[in-house]
Design a protein around this ligand. Structure first.
Ligand SMILES: Cc1ncc(COP(=O)(O)O)c(C=O)c1O
Length: 396
């Protein structure tokens, strides 16, 4: 591993900070580094591996598709692409789909769709309001929608037409509306922002505001979508359906794929030539995603993730009584955070040392996002490590 890390240090741009670990393979909830050390993965590649690593059904689907056909361009269709779009329409209740390569690109497509709808149906409105502390991706449009100056400042000027309002504060959104507002863009649990769930009053209030002012409701379900919070989509917790929704991460489960879905009337704003991408996931990604959706349904994984999450929250609340550095437990399903009274990064490093992968999503919050199909034994093993590390910090 040491020589690989030395090479990495020579050849990569320094735009991300990584831990000095090189993985060689993964299986279920486990990863193995090139020196053979085993780790329990409670991060799932940041909420990507809903089914864990190297799931046999995904590996099979992917291999079969690679021998069949991988890419034909958007001038044509692929069978698996159509079947996947049909399945997504069925599970979401939305009407139409466009496939992209990533979450950021799905959001780019959503932003363009909202602007085109604003231009053609809302008298030229173009402004999008998103939340402070949000995260919608690193491309320049998605970055403009991301309400976090720490990601934005080095890249200004950003595209215009974006405003920010306070998360879970309806009055702030109402105040941000202008005659130019065409859409609200929202994560129902802010993942990168620290695992902050939206409140029902806020989401329902936003839906009312959007109806009242004819403003589109866009939910970014890139991190929360496909079972992670205990339902297929986080909006199902609130009974508030968006007009546009974006997906990625678990959809391709490690194969690059994103999607934007919209209801008929909104989707109709796009006409040929308005938006496209050369690969947009491609055959391997569509075949893999079809298998992801089948497995989620057959194994009832969204429901299981919800139940497991409830049990975990109970466990963490009992830990709180013994371990005073746990200030708060947040999240739903298997997207959880433990907010600490001390910096989270040293805890992450100690967990890694002991073979458990979690991450510090803010200065003080540890994020946990294990595979949705994690077994009880693996879960307990990971929890034992986490408990031991947290307990050893004592009171702070
Ligand atoms: C809510 C949300 N939206 C968008 C993105 C960007 O997705 P990608 O990294 O696939 O571009 C992320 C990534 O973490 C995310 O959590």
């Amino acid at each position: 591993m040491k020589s690989l890390l030395e090479k990495a240090d020579r050849v990569f741009m320094k735009n991300v900070s990584r831990f000095p670990v090189v993985f060689a393979r993964g299986e279920g909830a486990f990863l193995y580094d090139t020196d053979g050390k085993r780790y329990l993965d409670f991060l799932s590649g940041i909420a990507v591996h809903a089914l864990g690593h190297s799931h046999p059904r995904l590996a099979q689907a992917l291999a079969v598709q690679a021998k069949k056909v991988m890419h034909v361009s958007n001038y044509f269709y692929l069978e698996e692409q159509i079947l996947l779009a049909e399945k997504l329409v069925e599970v979401s209740g939305l009407d139409r789909v466009f496939f992209s390569n990533s979450g950021a690109e799905a959001n780019e497509a959503a932003i363009k769709l909202a602007r085109k709808y604003g231009r053609t149906k809302l008298g030229g409105r173009y402004e999008i309001i998103s939340a402070e502390g949000s995260f919608h991706g690193r491309t320049i449009g998605a970055l403009a929608a991301t309400g976090q100056p720490k990601y934005q400042d080095a890249f200004r000027p950003l595209p215009e037409g974006f405003k920010y309002a306070k998360y879970n504060d309806l009055a702030s959104w109402e105040a941000a509306i202008t005659p130019q507002t065409c859409a609200f863009l929202l994560e129902l649990v802010q993942g990168e922002g620290g695992v902050n769930p939206a409140t029902p009053e806020f989401v329902q209030g936003l839906a009312t505001l959007s109806r009242k002012h004819g403003i589109l409701l866009i939910f970014d379900e890139v991190q929360t979508g496909l079972g992670r919070t205990g339902t297929y989509f986080a909006w199902q917790h609130f009974g508030v359906k968006p007009q546009i929704m974006t997906l990625a991460k678990a959809l391709g489960s490690g194969v690059p794929l994103g999607a934007v879905l919209a209801e008929e009337e909104v989707a109709a704003a796009f006409v040929p030539g308005d938006h496209s991408t050369t690969v947009g996931g491609g055959g391997i990604a569509y075949a893999t995603a079809l298998e992801v959706l089948k497995t989620l349904a057959e194994d009832d994984l969204p429901v299981k993730a919800g139940k497991l999450g409830e049990e975990l929250v109970k466990t963490f609340h009992t830990w709180q009584r013994e371990i005073p550095i746990i200030k708060e437990v947040r999240g739903w399903g298997l997207l959880l955070a433990l907010d600490l009274t001390i910096p989270a990064k040293p805890i992450v490093e100690q967990c890694l040392e002991k073979g458990l992968i979690v991450n510090a999503v803010t200065q003080t919050a540890l994020r946990l996002a294990p595979p949705l199909n994690i077994g009880q034994a693996e879960l307990s093993q990971g929890l034992d490590i986490l408990y031991e590390v947290l307990k050893s910090q004592g009171a702070a």
